[in-house]
Ligand binder design. Structure first.
Ligand code: ADP
Length: 455
């Protein structure tokens, strides 16, 4: 096992990795921007290195600064967390080229899966069902139109290099394709440095169900069941749970088996997530693979009792998978609410600033992953996630009851958060009945007259 690991991230996920390292007796190096000097990940790590000014592109996104920090502190491996450089092929290559271990998959896997149209082709070849759509990138709006006319509307235009719900447009009629193609192309170019788009059939009533995988990089892989992430706003997840409500046992089994087989076939190393859309008739289709730890990984940890970050570190250090597929069990039900520093009453606009009072929830079945503390100032430069509250119960209704109690106990004064939004969802009869699809939040907002500009 490693004796020292550098954590190339900030916020709650940096803490999560530091905690796993501490339990494995691995020393940790934190990196931080000038805006994060007072951050908990800096306090809790054994050593820390300032890597630049506040903007991510001048600090957390600069490979040379991070790799230099690892070299001067004598770290043997770099854990990228999620976001920032976690799915950046060139970063992973540079880390390995510097004689360090990248805690993640082989750079080639990141490259293949990061190119979403290539990922579709790879999965199709591995026997995974995909939605009807383009074979690769569509160059022009006219080409997209011809394809979409053949597939039938609605279709979705998606950025080849996309992520975070950006660069996607749903096209309901052929005559709006040209305009939406230009919008999606422009948004993708601005966000990802390349405007390449592909086309996929758009499912109107679908669930987002994803399978957690861990591979050893030598052809063995296990799946850790599913997470349902259908509670979304603008294609971004807000709440996740496991098991997925109402998923037929045979479908669950088929999804796990399919994802695991594909991971074995590509010799996948480390933790990864295969995301699927689940249709009302039980058909499921590959959407994308995230080649990193996910924000919502604690949901899986709560139901399986496994520690995904420790598994990542073990596999990266060349150890075998700690258990066989038959030994993976899921017990009870877990739910996660993403608490963002945003104002749900004002279109989820960011709400950074000083946290005057903070009280975390506790008690049975409650886990809090957060870098907040009283007197901490949430900087405006980064992702707005400030806490993840996860509850576990014997069944879904107990997990939900615990979440309502936990959110009611939580005090975060000084900034606005998404807690009121979560409390509304947790009282919604459709949600309570488990009847949630990816457009559930949008429909509620439309009904309340707060739909905002179309996406
Ligand atoms: P990103 O990588 O930007 O998060 P994804 O491909 O994971 O993009 O898609 C994000 C969300 O967009 C999905 O969870 C789903 O709600 C919606 N979505 C994407 N593709 C489709 C599709 N073909 N049909 C219906 N919804 C889709």
């Amino acid at each position: 096992m490693f004796s020292k690991v550098l954590v190339a991230n900030r916020g709650e996920i940096a803490l999560r990795v530091i905690r796993a390292c501490r339990e494995l007796d691995i020393a940790t190096v934190a990196v931080y921007s000038e805006a994060d000097r007072e951050s908990l990940h800096v306090t809790l790590a054994d050593e820390s290195v300032c890597i630049g000014p506040p903007p991510g592109r001048e600090s957390y996104l600069v490979p040379v600064r991070i790799i230099s920090a690892a070299i001067i502190t004598g770290a043997e491996a770099i854990h990228p967390g999620y976001g920032f450089l976690s799915e950046n092929t060139s970063f992973a290559e540079k880390v390995e080229g510097s004689g360090l271990v990248f805690v993640g998959p082989a750079p080639d896997s990141i490259r293949t899966m990061g190119n979403k149209s290539q990922a579709r082709a790879t999965m199709k070849a591995a026997g995974v069902p995909i939605l009807p759509g383009s074979d690769g990138v569509v160059e022009t709006a006219a080409e997209a139109r011809a394809l979409a006319d053949g597939i039938g509307y609605p279709v979705i235009l998606k950025a080849r290099d996309g992520g975070g719900g950006k660069g996607m447009r749903v096209v309901r009629h052929g005559d709006e394709l040209e305009r939406l193609f230009q919008t999606a192309h422009g948004e993708a170019a601005a966000a990802f440095g390349n405007g390449a788009l592909y086309v996929e059939k758009y499912l109107l009533r679908t669930r987002h169900v994803e399978i957690q995988l861990v591979g050893d990089g030598r052809g063995e892989a296990i799946h850790l069941f599913e997470r349902d992430c259908s509670v979304q706003r603008r294609h971004q997840k807000l709440m996740e749970e496991s098991p997925s409500p109402g998923l037929a046992p045979a479908t669950r089994e088929a999804m796990g088996r399919t994802a695991r087989e594909a991971a074995r076939r590509i010799g996948y190393r480390g933790a990864g997530t295969m995301e699927f859309l689940l249709d009302e008739d039980g058909s499921f289709y590959f959407m994308e693979m995230n080649t990193r730890l996910q924000v919502e990984h604690p949901v899986t940890e709560m139901v399986t009792g496994l520690d995904l970050v420790k598994m990542q570190l073990r596999v990266a250090a060349g150890e075998p998978l700690p258990l066989a597929q038959e030994q993976v069990r899921s017990a009870g039900h877990a739910l996660e609410c993403r608490i963002n520093a945003e104002s749900p009453a004002h279109g989820f606009r960011p709400s950074p600033g000083l946290v005057r009072r903070y009280r975390a929830p506790g008690g049975p079945g409650v886990r809090v992953d957060s870098h907040l503390y009283e007197g901490y100032t949430v900087p405006p430069h980064y992702d707005s996630l400030v806490a993840k509250i996860i509850t576990h119960g014997a069944d879904r209704s107990e997990a939900i009851a615990r979440m309502r109690r936990a959110l009611a106990e939580t005090v975060i004064d000084g900034i606005e958060t998404t807690i009121p939004f979560h409390l509304e969802i947790l009282a919604d009869p459709e949600f309570l009945a488990g009847r949630v699809d990816t457009r559930f939040v949008e429909r509620r907002q439309e009904a309340a007259g707060q739909s905002g500009p179309p996406v």
